[in-house]
Design a protein around this ligand. Structure first.
Ligand code: 0XW
Ligand code: MG
Length: 367
């Protein structure tokens, strides 16, 4: 089976209930890039990449589509027999731009899975479970309101709560962490995500002032060097998120011992094929990690769930999907949904989700 057409779509995913606020940015509507890869034997694979705005990491929606414009013409006529060959073809067309290649990588696995009649999780080494945990991510907000929502979400079944902090005075951040701890206690694990927004000094102060609270500190500061300065002087475990820009950064972080775990984004690392390597590197050092993406609809959600199902449960930190912050689904027959804080892994061949016909309108580019 050979690729004979690639359609690219842009679809808006507005945030439900107001802006999604993090330390250095707030977003209102996200521009998702969806790819539809067709083969000469009539199979279609879907992929998606949706940066959460242009500031969160060095990704943006127009950049994804510009990168796909460089790559896609070189994929027409290529056999889909080998995902490794397709990855090589993409690298021959464009250096870097993992987040754009990720959409195509996901689509290749979707169509190979359909061809073989197996779910994508099988192509990733095999599922260990058919239901994976998710976590609730709270935006930067007032201490009382954040604690109230956190308690509600734990009651709803979420085993893990992520609080966003940063971009404001430290007192509010400390109060937020303390109030959430009072409201949630040990009923769920608590993650405090600085989204690169704290100075080393602020991160150390927050660590000290919340000494008795067993939280994980996610990406408190901007660079690996700043994180290294916090590490060892603070007491809370540190997870890296935005700093893991590619597999080499993951390898560097693991080998230098800078991180106790990771918040991984499937598209940032280059798609599911690359995520398998990250998952396996973490396994060697028993490091926990999430299987998320920055944003996106059912296609990305399905990709995260398939990958999540292949991670050893004792090291698995949850799959975040944007469902709580967006309305509607691409696939209303088999939507990817969170129920009681958990996601059922799609069971059909390939990704197990199929966007409704015409849902994305007219392609913005075709190759
Ligand atoms: C909670 N997320 C997975 C969603 C937003 O993209 C931010 C991200 C994070 O952990 O930083
Ligand atoms: Mg994060």
């Amino acid at each position: 089976m050979r690729i004979n057409r690639i359609n690219v779509y842009s679809t808006q995913l507005p945030t439900k209930g107001g802006a999604y606020k993090m330390a250095s940015t707030e977003v209102h509507s996200l521009d998702s890039t969806v790819v539809e890869v067709m083969t000469d034997d009539g199979i279609t694979g879907w992929g998606e990449t949706c940066p959460v705005g242009p500031v969160y990491q060095p990704h943006h929606a127009l950049g994804a589509r510009a990168a796909i414009a460089e790559i896609a013409p070189g994929l027409i006529g290529e056999s889909t027999q080998s995902p490794r060959h397709l990855a090589k073809r993409m690298d021959e067309r464009l250096n870097g731009h993992n987040y754009a290649k990720a959409a195509l990588d996901i689509a290749f696995l979707d169509l190979i899975g359909q061809r073989l009649g197996v779910p994508v999780s099988t192509l990733l080494g095999g599922a260990l479970t058919d239901r994976v945990s998710s976590y609730y991510s709270l935006i930067v907000g007032s201490p009382d309101e954040t604690a109230r929502i956190a308690a509600d979400k734990v009651k709803a079944g979420y085993p893990r709560i992520q609080i966003k902090i940063g971009g404001r005075n430290l007192e509010k951040d400390v109060a937020t962490v303390q109030k959430v701890w009072e409201a949630v206690g040990l009923k769920a694990s608590i993650v405090v995500d600085g989204n690169r927004g704290l100075s080393v000094a602020s991160a150390l102060h927050l660590d000290r002032l919340c000494q008795n609270i067993p939280f994980v500190f996610e990406q408190p500061c901007n660079s690996m060097e700043e994180i290294a300065a916090v590490r060892g002087r603070g007491t809370h475990p540190i997870y890296l998120d935005e700093n893991t820009e590619d597999l080499n950064a993951v390898l560097r972080a693991i080998s230098s011992g800078i991180a106790d775990g990771f918040g991984f984004k499937v598209t940032r690392l280059g798609g599911l094929t690359k995520m398998m390597t990250a998952r396996d590197m973490c396994s060697i050092r028993s490091l926990p990690h999430t299987c998320d993406d920055a944003w996106g609809g059912d296609i990305i959600a399905a990709a995260c769930a398939h990958l999540a199902s292949t991670v050893e449960p004792r090291r698995f930190e949850g799959a975040w999907i944007a469902q709580e912050y967006i309305d509607g689904h691409y696939d209303n027959t088999n939507p990817v949904v969170i129920e009681n804080g958990h996601i059922a892994v799609p069971q059909g061949a390939g990704l197990g989700v199929k966007p409704e016909a015409g849902i994305f309108g007219v392609p913005v580019a075709s190759y």
